[in-house]
Design a protein around this ligand. Structure first.
Ligand SMILES: C[S@@+](CC[C@H](N)C(=O)[O-])C[C@H]1O[C@@H](n2cnc3c(N)ncnc32)[C@H](O)[C@@H]1O
Length: 383
């Protein structure tokens, strides 16, 4: 049996009868639990709470939404101007979540949650649409199988279940570990694809502190139980880095292991990763000063910044640093004579260059010999 089939069977059963062994104690904000149906609360198989990092108005995608708990909490956090999409591959879980969605919507006074069927490593393929096509044309021979493959490829392109760059925040609670090793790279690439530029992933998952031996990985029960598919904690973060995310942060790391097996600790962590560092670099004479406390830091684009140095950065980096998770760590220095975007020259981000204060002050100030020559009487434009 494949790991994926084992996962489907385990969670189909757990959608019907709650399975205690799959539950992890989590401190949710009790305020958001008040309107949740009892069944949804009992069929909670998460290991963290990514919903507490969401904001009003955001469009959220929950990977492996199960009975819908995180989606129903997120629905309240993002409010009526936001939207929540839960994705799961297990019919029985989708049935529980979809049945409870109208109940939650009625209690909330608005409905902003929907549940869709897909594998989270293949978010373009709408498995409900494929199901309905295959009911009309069942697969009876190899030719039909090949036609079904063509149909799936066509559906991904013509009617993607989750469109490219359509999501503000991808969340997930205890699911990434369940995806087979051969599909994990594609899974990270899919998270990246669906996020808008400037969007972020907030993921809670089980990770290990040491490599998981092959005999544990081969155990279906341990796999579907969120143990053997766990990535080593450093490699979990590295996978986001390698996919092109930046500004990764460990938001929460349980000090105590959830399970220990052969001396290997398995614990819950919650991480945050941003999309949007890709793009061209233009010189607009901006600079930043890293405030500290570390003597030196290295960002995900290779910029090395020494504490207190006035470092020249391109416009893209300047704008990225002005937002989370960086803003609080920097002072921002704009030039006195702004360079319009259409006049900007390419900027070489591969070298660290100090921005001389004279570059910031501009040509008009080069000959200034006293305060009165370049001050405007106190309205803040002193060079
Ligand atoms: C451990 S449960 C977590 C459910 C939910 N996030 C929660 O917090 O209760 C894992 C869920 O992910 C789903 N799942 C596992 N692997 C999946 C995959 N590759 N694609 C889509 N759903 C998957 C399972 O069907 C199950 O509902």
């Amino acid at each position: 049996m494949s790991a994926e089939t084992a996962v489907k069977q385990r969670y189909s059963a757990a959608a019907t009868v709650p399975e205690q062994a799959l539950c992890c104690a989590i401190q949710y904000d009790s305020h958001y639990l008040k309107i949740l149906p009892e069944e949804v609360i009992r069929k909670d198989y998460g290991c963290g709470d990514p919903s507490r990092y969401l904001k009003s108005g955001e469009t959220v995608l929950d990977l492996g939404s199960g009975a819908g708990k995180i989606c129903f909490i997120a629905a309240q956090v993002v409010g009526p101007t936001g939207r929540v999409i839960g994705v799961d591959m297990t019919d029985a879980m989708l049935e529980v979540a979809r049945r409870n969605a109208p109940i939650v919507a009625e209690r909330l006074g608005y409905g902003n949650v929907e549940f869709r069927k897909a594998r989270i490593q293949d978010l373009a393929l709408d498995l409900d649409a494929l199901d309905s096509e295959l009911r009309k044309n069942p697969i009876a021979d190899a030719n039909a199988f090949l036609r079904a493959e063509e149909l799936a490829a066509d559906l991904r392109v013509r009617r993607p279940l989750i469109a490219t760059e359509s999501i503000d925040v991808v969340v997930s609670n205890c699911v990434l570990n369940l995806v087979e090793p051969s599909a994990k790279q594609q899974l990270f690439a899919e998270i990246f694809r669906v996020l808008k530029k400037g969007g972020r992933a907030v993921i809670s998952d089980i990770v290990s502190d040491e490599d998981v031996p092959e005999e544990l990985q081969a155990d279906d029960r341990l796999w579907s139980g969120c143990i053997s598919g766990a990535l080593r904690e450093d490699l979990f973060l590295r996978a986001f880095e390698q996919t092109g995310f930046y500004g990764l942060r460990l938001l929460k790391r349980d000090p105590r292991a959830w399970q220990t097996m052969q001396g290997i600790e398995f614990r819950s962590i919650t991480i945050e990763a941003f999309k949007g560092k890709q793009g061209e670099c233009w010189e607009r004479n901006q600079a930043v000063i890293y405030r500290g406390p570390f003597r030196e830091v290295l960002d995900d684009d290779g910029h090395r910044l020494r504490r207190g140095d006035r470092v020249a950065v391109c416009d893209k980096t300047f704008q990225l640093y002005r937002k989370a998770p960086y803003a609080e760590h920097f002072e921002f220095i704009e030039p006195n004579e702004p360079i319009r975007p259409e006049e900007a020259r390419p900027f070489d981000c591969s070298i660290v260059r100090i921005r001389h204060p004279r570059e910031t002050k501009g040509a008009a100030c080069h000959d200034a010999t006293n305060v009165s020559k370049c001050c405007d009487g106190g309205n803040g434009s002193c060079c």
